[in-house]
Design a protein around this ligand. Sequence first.
Ligand code: ZN
Length: 112
Amino acid sequence: MIPRENPYRVELEKLIDPVHAFALSHYLDANGIRVHLSDPPLRCALGEIPYLEAPLTLFLDDPDQMQAARRLIRRFREGPGPVRGVIWRCAHCGEEHEPEFGSCWNCDTPRP
Ligand SMILES: [Zn+2]
């Protein structure tokens, strides 16, 4: 499926880890930032590189949201700040999670 190009969209980041990429795009979306991820490159479909090693590109649909998006990405990576709820850490793999997640997105261990 080829998404219709938005001429105003800007590239935010290239993300190697698809789990991280989806978590980040979900986080931005939940905070009112309109983003989308590129499809995996065709090279994956052709089997030239493994799906899990293909970088995904995160696009910002509205360039006016760039500053807010960058702020949220920083918060997403650095962990707690003035956020509602408690960021929790997976007891099994140590991954950090936003309050709204009930289990680890990395290893599926339920929230402690
Ligand atoms: Zn985990």
